[in-house]
Design a protein around this ligand. Structure first.
Ligand code: CA
Length: 230
């Protein structure tokens, strides 16, 4: 049974989500403040976290960023109250895997959760060996990447995105293709989520000889850089 943590201070929403997720067969835990939620998130071994943006104590962005800094790669869906907040948090690149704007129906939430968990399971089973590309090593079993032998922490989605770009090396992939492949065909969110993840991934690859370039009008493409200047 998948373990889900809901960090939400609005008790009516928290109760509703908790009820619906239990009905959907999940093992549900709740927290009502940022501080409590953060503690639970680091202590419990959760498969997924529903994280509200505005919280007393520590807000959703801070929690997300802290977890990522600590190399906690739990799948995080961030919940926001308004569309304009969505713009803001995407700009901050907190490191969430997915975002949802309120109000949402329980069915939508469960669909997103299912999609997230399914992808995670699918990828964990997708093991065998390492992919080596120039100075980059991708460990498919451990879901980790190493640049020049050093571990570079990636979130689940960043890892999945990188893997997909590697598998399609030299081919420009449009935002729509990336969105459909990585977030699911039924995804009704914002395509900017792709840009946010590309931006983060680029930052993390700066030390490597692997580049993600933007092909104007076509999309993103992964390529190997040939001049080994260092
Ligand atoms: Ca709130």
């Amino acid at each position: 049974m998948s373990k889900i943590l809901i960090i939400e201070d609005e008790l009516s929403i928290q109760k509703l989500l908790s009820y619906d997720l239990k009905q959907a067969g999940y093992d549900v835990y709740v927290a009502s403040t940022g501080t409590e939620g953060y503690k639970k998130a680091i202590d419990g071994d959760f498969d997924l976290i529903l994280l509200d943006l505005m919280l007393p104590g520590m807000d959703g962005i801070e929690i997300c960023q802290k977890l990522r800094i600590e190399n906690n790669n739990t799948y995080i869906i961030m919940l926001t109250a308004r569309e304009d907040e969505l713009d803001k948090i995407m700009g901050l690149e907190a490191g969430a895997d997915d975002y949802m704007t309120k109000p949402f129906s329980p069915r939508e939430v469960v669909a997103r959760i299912k999609a997230g968990l399914r992808r995670q399971k699918f990828n964990q089973g997708d093991t065998s060996n390492n992919i080596i590309l120039k100075d980059l090593t991708v460990d498919l079993d451990r879901h980790e990447i190493y640049i020049k032998g050093n571990l570079v922490p990636l979130t689940f989605k960043e890892f999945e995105l990188l893997l997909f770009l590697i598998k399609n090396k030299g081919i420009a992939l449009s935002r729509d293709v990336l969105l459909e492949t990585l977030w699911g065909f039924e995804y009704d969110g914002d395509t900017r989520i792709v840009d946010v993840h590309i931006f983060k991934l680029r930052e993390k690859l700066t030390e490597s000889n692997i580049n993600i370039i933007t092909k104007r009008g076509l999309g993103y493409m992964l390529e190997e850089v040939n001049n080994e200047s260092n």
